[in-house]
Design a protein around this ligand. Structure first.
Ligand code: SF4
Length: 535
């Protein structure tokens, strides 16, 4: 395939994007990158002026912040963009800062991405354009989608995914879940080779690492990148002619493969998104596996970097991150959380009258706890359905207000009762304390906090924003110190062994680093999500 040059070419992205621009897309300025085949970058998109500026950091008053969700669809003849939209909706809990969908019609890539929730980024008109139905053009045959929470790079439009890169064998779009722990080093190395960057995200580093890797095929280039990149990188990648889906050799983040009713294929971070798209779950993509789907069919190979026995799937997916209706590694997460609650009741019983959950993520574990303890389970805290998992950060002084906005206790149910309140984790403690205070104000006679994971004492460098070590309350306080800080009458955490048994499968195939500090890969000495922006 021949590429247009800066001064024009045999076929022109510029023409394509100019045509788009007259509809809703903003055409490209001169490419900021210097490559062997210079073209104008096709990807500069519409958006509100303020989007280019850093948005206020989202405040999530409950637990660590999520990571990202990825989707991939190969279904010629089907409405692939609409399917990707539905899949992204199902993955909205994994990232609420921005969303994007890229499609290919077999010859050209198109993209729409913006800051915001999936429902605000896409409307009918956008999806019709992506489907090529507005111009009677060629219908796309494949799509990728991404919903983002930033763990490297701020929440600005240039960092929104999918990201674009160009190579001598074609162009690619890439959406990524995870965190490259050597992104700074790789970016410096690529920069020394004359490759320029237009964003501060590690995803662009990964995309350009693949684009500029040696190899005659995309699969070879991805495999090369596997040997250079360190950290967590589950991704979907779209070229003009192929969909590529892959998990890093350690397999930190999940990826599920499904079959669409019309014969196509779908991949998604979680099986619940496959369900939403109408796909039948086939299997998990293996750690280190690269799946390529194109007109010739489906091929899979395992990177030589991957070694059996070395995979470490994030255990926190089972505790909190993934949806309870997703199946990961053969385990329905609802069941896993129910079992965590049962084991928590055995390890940390309490003299109590009823069990409640901090909704929604702790509900299955609270039910399991109540079942095992022979106590009634009640909804003592009602969660506002209209406050997303993130919203604009309130001033530090109004943190209590933020918690009150999200949760409302039922005094009629709690008054005079000894209450077990089950939650998935305590990170900084700044959310649990107002919740305990709220329950006490509602008249609870005693509050026994039970956590269905171990004490979080170490930061995550693999794509989950837990904060720095000094921010983790369990890293600096004894068990009783944490109890006192949150104002509970008693506090109990599930042991690591019980958590792993509840999750099931091979217990040595899980990452538990935020609990025990045993990192399965090299990690940086410091945690700085804006490191690439400072360069
Ligand atoms: S450190 Fe914790 S959150 Fe991060 S990948 Fe490991 S288990 Fe998951």
């Amino acid at each position: 395939m021949q590429y247009p040059t800066r001064t024009g070419g045999p076929w022109s992205h510029e023409t394509h994007w100019r045509r788009r621009r007259s509809l809703s897309w903003v055409g490209a300025g001169p490419t900021p990158i210097r490559l062997t085949h210079p073209v104008r970058s096709p990807i500069h998109l519409t958006g509100h002026p303020g989007e280019a500026l850093a948005a206020d950091p989202p405040y999530q008053p409950h637990g660590p912040r999520e990571e990202c969700g990825v989707i991939g669809i190969w279904a010629p003849g089907s409405a692939v963009a609409r399917m990707a939209y539905v899949g992204l909706h199902a993955l909205q809990h994994r990232g609420q800062e921005s969303a994007g969908i890229a499609v290919t019609d077999g010859g050209q890539l198109s993209l729409h991405k913006r800051l915001g929730l999936v429902s605000s980024v896409f409307d009918d008109e956008t999806l019709i354009r992506l489907e090529g139905r507005d111009e009677g053009g060629r219908r796309p045959k494949a799509a990728i989608g991404h919903t983002r929470y930033s763990t490297t790079g701020s929440n600005t439009l240039p960092n929104v995914q999918p990201v674009y890169a160009r190579a001598d064998i074609g162009e690619l779009m890439l959406g990524h879940n995870g965190n490259l722990t050597n992104a700074t080093w790789l970016r410096d190395e690529l920069t020394e080779q004359g490759i320029e960057f237009g964003s501060a995200s590690d995803t662009e580093v990964l995309a350009k690492l693949i684009a500029h890797a040696p190899g005659r095929s995309w699969a070879q280039r991805v495999d090369h990148a596997f040997h250079r990149a360190i950290g967590a990188f589950t991704f979907t990648m779209l070229t003009e002619t192929a969909l590529v889906a892959a998990r890093d050799p350690i397999g930190f983040r999940p990826l599920a493969l499904g079959r669409l009713p019309g014969g196509g294929w779908a991949v998604a971070s979680e099986s619940a998104a496959l369900d939403a798209m109408g796909a039948r779950f086939v299997r998990d993509v293996d750690a280190g596996e690269v799946i390529t789907i194109d007109d010739d069919g489906v091929s899979s190979h395992r990177s030589s970097r991957a070694s059996p026995g070395k995979e470490r799937l994030c255990v926190f997916e089972f505790v909190y991150l993934a949806r309870p209706d997703s199946v990961i590694d053969g385990r329905l997460l609802y069941e896993a959380r129910l079992e965590m609650g049962r084991r928590l009741a055995r390890e940390h019983p309490a003299d109590a009258d009823l069990v409640i959950a901090v909704p929604d993520s702790a509900i299955p574990a609270a039910i399991g706890y109540a079942e095992e303890a022979g106590l009634p389970y009640r909804e003592g805290l009602i969660k506002s359905r209209y406050v997303g998992r993130t919203f604009i950060q309130p001033a530090q002084s109004s943190r209590d207000e933020a918690v009150r906005l999200k949760f409302n206790p039922l005094p009629e149910l709690l008054s005079g009762k000894r209450v077990v309140v089950v939650d998935d984790s305590i990170v900084r403690g700044t959310t649990t304390a107002p919740i305990v205070q709220m329950l006490r104000s509602a008249g609870a006679a005693a509050i026994h906090v039970r956590i269905h994971s171990p004490q979080m004492k170490h930061p995550c460098y693999m794509g989950v924003d837990t904060g720095r070590k000094e921010e983790l309350i369990a890293a600096s306080h004894s068990l009783d110190g944490v109890r006192a800080a949150i104002g509970a009458d008693s506090l109990g955490y599930l042991s690591k062994a019980a958590m792993l048994e509840a999750v099931g499968g091979r217990t040595d195939a899980r990452c538990t680093a935020c609990f025990d500090g045993i990192y399965p890969t090299d990690v940086p000495l410091d945690l700085d999500k804006l490191a690439l922006e400072r360069r």
